[in-house]
Design a protein. Structure first.
Length: 282
């Protein structure tokens, strides 16, 4: 038998073996399908959400997953977020993965995927889904980035950030809200989010510098301590201004020489930053 004949025979055997059950390559399947139960029905408490396998580089991080209200999440991303120009595939995936209804009070859970902010108690709100996605995209997060959030609120924004990187730090000044949200994040399995009760104006010096900072309440001007804690090349997404004179969403980037590059994005309306920001007038 010639060398060519032997080679052809070997290829034929290999192709036949590939179709034997158990010898085919395994392919990951990411799709989940589920229908949300009506809230008025009496039912057993849901099981703890399954944990997703982290991407390469995030070997120690596990993130919660559920198929609850998945259709509504997909619709939210398609109609409210992608339709308005948010294009980053990782951000869109994160918005689909995180169940917004986990992070709102029961009284407004039926509107969890509406195109609007919602009250979460303590005179605070959870931001409109589009704004959460837009601010997340503007941070340009990479998997290994360290990110600080000022204004934990419901925990939803922190949960979205945790889908994109394994180092998320978040601060909330309203103590009862911070305690409630911390308990929620722990119970759902968000183990890569570090929480703290305190004045976000001062940042988190012990964990600095940060590759990205996101602020979900509006000071009159960017707080100097946060600018100091931003790494060279780092990005800060923050609303600035007052509710009377108008607020705008801006992105700040720290340059090599320490100067700050500023870019205005859109007009916004956020709750004002309290604590030291109010005492200093910004």
């Amino acid at each position: 038998m010639s060398i060519v004949s032997i080679a052809l025979s070997a290829l034929a055997v290999a192709g036949w073996l590939a179709w034997i059950p158990g010898l085919r390559p395994a392919f990951a399947r990411a799709s989940h399908r589920g229908i949300h139960q009506n809230r008025g029905q009496e039912e057993e408490p849901p099981p703890k959400p399954p944990i997703d396998t982290p991407p390469q580089g995030d070997a120690k991080v596990k993130r919660p997953r559920t198929d609850e209200r998945e259709t509504q999440r997909d619709r939210m991303v398609t109609r409210q977020i992608a339709a308005r120009g948010v294009k980053n595939a990782r951000v869109l995936k994160a918005m689909r993965q995180v169940p917004r209804h986990w992070f709102v009070p029961d009284g407004v859970a039926s509107r969890a995927y509406a195109d609007r902010p919602l009250p979460i108690g303590f005179e605070q709100t959870i931001s409109q889904p589009y704004i959460v996605a837009l601010m997340t995209e503007l941070l340009q997060l990479k998997p290994g980035d360290k990110v600080l959030e000022v204004g934990t609120g419901s925990g939803y924004q922190a949960a979205v950030l945790s889908e994109l990187t394994h180092e998320v730090f978040t601060i909330e000044i309203v103590e009862p809200l911070a305690k409630r949200t911390n308990e929620l994040l722990r119970s759902k399995g968000y183990d890569n989010i570090q929480t703290r009760i305190g004045d976000g104006y001062r940042g988190w010096p012990a964990a600095a510098p940060f590759d990205a900072i996101i602020v979900t309440c509006a000071p009159d001007a960017p707080p100097p301590p946060l600018l100091q804690q931003l790494a060279v090349g780092g990005r800060m997404c923050i609303p600035v201004g007052t509710q009377w004179t108008g607020q705008e969403l801006v992105v700040l980037r720290k340059k090599e020489d320490g100067s700050i590059e500023r870019r205005s994005i859109i007009p916004v309306r956020f709750v004002p930053m309290t604590g030291q920001a109010r005492k200093r007038g910004g």
